[in-house]
Design a protein around this ligand. Structure first.
Ligand SMILES: NC(=O)c1ccc[n+]([C@@H]2O[C@H](COP(=O)([O-])OP(=O)(O)OC[C@H]3O[C@@H](n4cnc5c(N)ncnc54)[C@H](OP(=O)(O)O)[C@@H]3O)[C@@H](O)[C@H]2O)c1
Length: 230
């Protein structure tokens, strides 16, 4: 397994305004990478970028757009080169399938599955070596009742990510599927539909972020839910 030196690498963080994404960005930055944050809210992105450092760049985009892959062109424009794309964007919905609305279902598919694949496609068309990361989640391994659509799109992205690890070997692009268990980011309190069930205490998001970045450095292809055990 090849290891990656993150110093001087240009890394795009999708969901860089979110709780896991901003911690991942901080960890890459701490290890010497040049970081670009992307997410929907430009106000949040600007705030996170300012907190990280003066040279951190950002751009707002929406994974539900017809062509979210344009964020890759923007990354090349702002960073000059691209060595890594880390996808920590996502949304969740709770409740039985019979109550799930079409709009929520479409958004779950676009934000958690097809949008990230479109961005990754745009990235690998331009990247020369480097790495890709998708933060999928434990539900990709163990689907949960009351979260059928969320489990399904996460499992789909996880499968695509593991297939890409093989497909992109010849392009020297390392690909990591990270499947953390429930983590205390507050995501469960921000569903696009439904109400979260009672959940056990989650992991510390700082610990999750460090573990994901360590796995990138180590050239790992998978971080299973069990790999996040304290
Ligand atoms: N927290 C957990 O327990 C847990 C466990 C396993 C896996 N995960 C996964 O980890 C990832 C990060 O979750 P988190 O807990 O850090 O949640 P979070 O704090 O809510 O962050 C979500 C991020 O996704 C972005 N986003 C949402 N909709 C978007 C869209 N349409 N286009 C572009 N960006 C969009 C948000 O940006 P805006 O706010 O600007 O929209 C935000 O930056 C998600 O994929 C989640 O499924 C989380």
């Amino acid at each position: 397994m090849a290891t990656i030196d993150l110093a001087g690498k240009n890394v795009l963080i999708l969901g860089g305004s979110g709780e896991l994404g901003r911690r991942l960005a901080a960890e890459f930055y701490r290890r010497g990478s040049r970081v670009m944050l992307a997410g929907r809210s430009s106000g949040d992105l600007e705030k996170q970028a300012r907190q990280l450092g003066p040279e951190v760049v950002y751009s707002s985009f929406d994974l539900r757009d017809a062509d979210p892959g344009r964020i890759i062109d923007e990354a090349y424009r702002l960073l000059g080169a691209l060595d890594g794309v880390v996808n920590a964007a996502g949304i969740v919905a709770f409740g039985p399938l019979e109550e799930l609305g079409d709009e929520a279902l479409n958004d779950l598919v676009a934000v958690n599955f097809s949008g990230p694949l479109r961005v990754m496609r745009a990235a690998v068309r331009r990247m020369d070596g480097g790495f890709l990361v998708n933060v999928t989640g434990v539900v990709a391994e163990s689907p949960i009742g009351g979260m059928a659509a969320y489990s399904a799109v996460k499992a789909g992205l996880s499968a695509a990510t593991r297939a890409l690890a093989r497909e992109l070997r010849s392009k020297r692009i390392q690909v990591l599927d990270a499947r953390p268990p429930h983590t205390e980011t507050g995501l469960a309190g921000r569903p696009i539909e439904g109400v979260a069930p009672a959940l056990p205490d989650g992991l510390d998001p700082d610990v999750v972020a460090v573990r994901v970045v360590d796995a990138v450095v180590a050239g790992r292809r998978e971080l299973a839910a069990a790999d996040f055990a304290p």
